[in-house]
Structures are given as structure tokens and as C-alpha cells.
Write a protein that binds this ligand. Structure first.
Ligand SMILES: [Zn+2]
Ligand SMILES: [Zn+2]
Length: 241
């Protein structure tokens, strides 16, 4: 009886917290049960090199783009499609500075690494950089923050000064594929010479791949070895098979 009462009256600060995504009540987990339920790692039906998601099949095979234009990176990993709860969390964090969802995003990136890296361990973890001006207004680089847990777990420090953004480009949101390419052309530079190191490049969202493509091009030019690309979410128009 006493333990029952204790259960009812014992004050647990987590019980009264709200889920940062939907505002509903939540327990000790970073999100409420309903939102956690909606977060399932992708389990098939995508392109292994760019994450393009297919509808109507669970098979994993190269998309037309990746067949025509070979990618310079060796593997690609992501947690899920950029929609619903995942999209809400990334938007809340990136554009509204809501750090209450950061722990969850970090875990999702780490889970994506475990699923897709298949024993591939990097020498360097490098976040897609943002320009100094953006850093001043936003206050943080989302790719760097999201990668912290992963870097701790695999015991590799995140190098934020290897790859830098030298041009203050306009945001990619709302631009077409071609405009995105133009927008980020020559926007990055690698500061230290590389000698065949394996590089894990991390970001929050992959859309057309224009940003990742430019970063990888610079890393390869400066001597990077094999490159893995890891993001939390893949944004796209779905392909119906
Ligand atoms: Zn929720
Ligand atoms: Zn592809």
C-alpha cells in the first residue's frame, strides 16, 4: 500500500514535462510515447548512395541519378524521411533554437551510423560547416551539435576547422536543384592537407545533395580517402515504383 501511495504521490519532475514536438505530456524520454512511436529508422525502399526513398518497394537499389552520375562518397546513411515528427524536430532545433530536441536528434544520427556504416570507422568526423555570419545569427552549427553524441560513442573528435564555408550563400530552402548547385559552388574550403584519412561528413538534412557534393569535392581534392555521408533526414519528392 505504502509503495502504491509512493508511486502516486512521489514527485517525478519528468511527469509534468511536455513533449517538445507535439506539446503533449511525456515521461522520462525526450519525446512523448506517440512521437517516439512515429520515429522508426528506415528499413528498406531507398537508394544506398543518396537515400532517395521509393514507395511501393522495400528493396534497396541505386536510383537513376546515382547510376548516371557516380557519387564521390563511398556510403550514405540516414535515419528517415524528412517529414512528420522528424521534420518538426529538425525545424524546431535549427530555426527556433529549441535545444530540448537535440538529445533525440543526436541519438537518431548515431542509430543511423550504426545501421549504415557496417563496421566502417572514420579517422575524422567533419560537420558540414555554416558561414561565420550565419553562426553569429543562429548561434550554433546544427550539424556539429547533432554529431556530438556520435563522436563521443566512436571516440573521434568532431573537427570543425578542417572544412570551412568561405562564401556566405543564401539558404538552399526554396531553390531548385540547379539553383542549389550554383548557390554552393566554391562555397567551401579545406584548411589542412589530408593524407588518405577516412572522413565521415555529417549534416542534418540531405535534399538534392548539392551541398554534400561540394564538400566532398573539396575533401577529395585535399587528399581525403574514403568518405561516408551521414544525415538525420532525407528530404525529397518520393518516387512511386
Ligand atoms: Zn509528442
Ligand atoms: Zn541515389
Amino acid at each position: 500500500m505504502l509503495s502504491k501511495l509512493r508511486k502516486v504521490f512521489c514527485w517525478d519532475p519528468h511527469i509534468f514535462l511536455r513533449c517538445p514536438v507535439c506539446g503533449g505530456p511525456k515521461g522520462r524520454e525526450p519525446l512523448c510515447e506517440r512521437c517516439l512511436e512515429l520515429l522508426k529508422i528506415i528499413d528498406g525502399g531507398y537508394c544506398p548512395l543518396c537515400g532517395r526513398i521509393y514507395h511501393g518497394t522495400q528493396d534497396v537499389f541505386l536510383c537513376g541519378d546515382c547510376l548516371v552520375r557516380p557519387r564521390e562518397w563511398d556510403w550514405f546513411g540516414f535515419f528517415g524521411a524528412y517529414k512528420g515528427v522528424l521534420r518538426d524536430m529538425i525545424m524546431d532545433f535549427k530555426y527556433r533554437g529549441d535545444f530540448s530536441v537535440l538529445g533525440c536528434l543526436q541519438r537518431l544520427l548515431y542509430l543511423a551510423y550504426l545501421k549504415h556504416s557496417v563496421d566502417w570507422v572514420p579517422d575524422l568526423v567533419i560537420p558540414v560547416p555554416i558561414h561565420q555570419n550565419r553562426l553569429k545569427t543562429r548561434g550554433f552549427n546544427q550539424a556539429l551539435e547533432i554529431g556530438i553524441l556520435l563522436s563521443r560513442r566512436i571516440k573521434k573528435t568532431i573537427k570543425k576547422d578542417v572544412l570551412i564555408r568561405i562564401r556566405d550563400t543564401r539558404p538552399q530552402v526554396g531553390l531548385t536543384g540547379h539553383m542549389r548547385k550554383q548557390n554552393v559552388r566554391h562555397a567551401f574550403s579545406v584548411l589542412s592537407e589530408l593524407h588518405g584519412e577516412k572522413v565521415l561528413l555529417i549534416d542534418d538534412v540531405y535534399t538534392t545533395g548539392a551541398t554534400i557534393f561540394e564538400c566532398v569535392k573539396e575533401l577529395k581534392k585535399t587528399g581525403a580517402g574514403s568518405i561516408g555521408v551521414l544525415v538525420v533526414a532525407r528530404s525529397q519528392q518520393s518516387i512511386f515504383i
